[in-house]
Design a protein around this ligand. Structure first.
Ligand SMILES: Nc1nc2c(ncn2[C@@H]2O[C@H](COP(=O)(O)OP(=O)(O)OP(=O)(O)O)[C@@H](O)[C@H]2O)c(=O)[nH]1
Ligand SMILES: [Mg+2]
Length: 283
């Protein structure tokens, strides 16, 4: 229902409008949007208030500004150069492997694409087994690699199995962004193919991680690669300000969000309009 400015003299309308801006400020803050970004969104509302006294137009201008700031979400699209190689990187336990299984299933079952999996998470046997189980269920090939050099080998395999694929999803070891050696290994891995193949990197982050830690993690990865952002575990938090903050902080595109443990159902592409409505206190 449109929100109408109350009938009254100019001073009282101005006052109501400022109360309303303050209310939006508080709602965004409650949803853990950082103050810096709230100010960016609300700072020129004075200008809007000069030309219009309707709360409705004020709300719609905040909404539009935020939707624009979220940009158009990215999705993995197989390119002309096949196969496209997509790396999933990020801290331990955020849901990288589960997300890969969900995406692989969508490609294979819903889009009829040829998908392959590679895991570079050889640190733990259980990790390769986890992905192997999904690969078996989906009927897609999985290859385990033990070094960055083996990546090119696998993608160009003699039997052409991998050459013929539309997309190859590469699972990587989850590590603390403070571990320099593991960081170097990840860098080597994602640069191992050079320009021979189209490749993309997705940084997987949990929506439940503290804002300060998310920024530290992003800093560590931004040092050596561009990436798009995937947020997991949205079902475990009510505050989605992190998504808005990290989009602004990294300048990277948002892409997928995951909302539960079910493979393949609990994944969707970010819906900027829906997200902004939630951030502004809607459902
Ligand atoms: N609630 C919830 N749990 C999730 C979601 N995505 C993944 N999980 C769970 O998070 C846990 C870790 O998931 P993994 O996919 O193994 O995470 P990972 O990033 O591969 O972990 P490492 O390989 O150990 O770094 C599992 O119990 C998943 O079921 C989600 O969207 N919501
Ligand atoms: Mg994993």
């Amino acid at each position: 229902m449109p929100i109408e400015a109350p009938i009254g003299n100019k001073a009282s309308i101005d006052n109501d409008n400022h109360v309303f801006v303050k209310m939006l400020y508080n709602v965004l803050l409650e949803n853990e949007v950082q103050e810096k970004y709230i100010n960016q969104v609300l700072d020129d509302m004075d200008k809007v208030l000069q030309t219009s006294h309707s709360l409705d137009s004020l709300l719609s201008s905040v909404y539009q500004k935020m939707v624009l700031k979220l940009g158009t979400p990215t999705k993995i699209v197989p390119g002309e150069k096949r196969p496209k190689v997509v790396f999933f990187i990020g801290p331990t336990g955020v849901g990288k492997t589960t997300t890969i299984a969900k995406i692989a299933s969508k490609f294979k079952v819903e889009e009829g694409k040829k998908v392959g999996l590679i895991t570079a998470d050889t640190f733990r046997m259980a990790a390769a087994n986890q992905l192997q189980t999904y690969a078996n269920i989906l009927g897609v090939p999985l290859n385990v690699i033990y070094s960055a050099d083996e990546l090119l080998d696998t993608v160009k395999r003699q039997n052409r199995e991998y050459q013929d694929l539309d997309v190859i999803l590469v699972d990587t070891i989850g590590f603390s962004h403070k571990n320099q050696d593991q960081k170097n290994d990840t860098k080597k891995l994602i640069t191992a193919l050079g320009d021979i193949y189209d490749s993309e990197v997705y940084l997987v982050l949990s929506a439940t991680t503290k804002q300060k830690d998310l920024m530290d993690i992003a800093d560590a990865y931004m040092e050596f690669t561009k990436f798009n952002l995937i947020f997991t575990k949205l079902d475990e938090t009510k505050c989605l300000g992190n998504l808005f903050n990290m989009k602004q902080y990294t300048g990277s595109s948002l892409s997928y969000i995951t909302t539960g443990q079910n493979v393949p159902d609990d994944i969707e592409i970010v819906n900027a309009q829906k997200l902004v409505k939630q951030l502004l206190g809607g459902n």
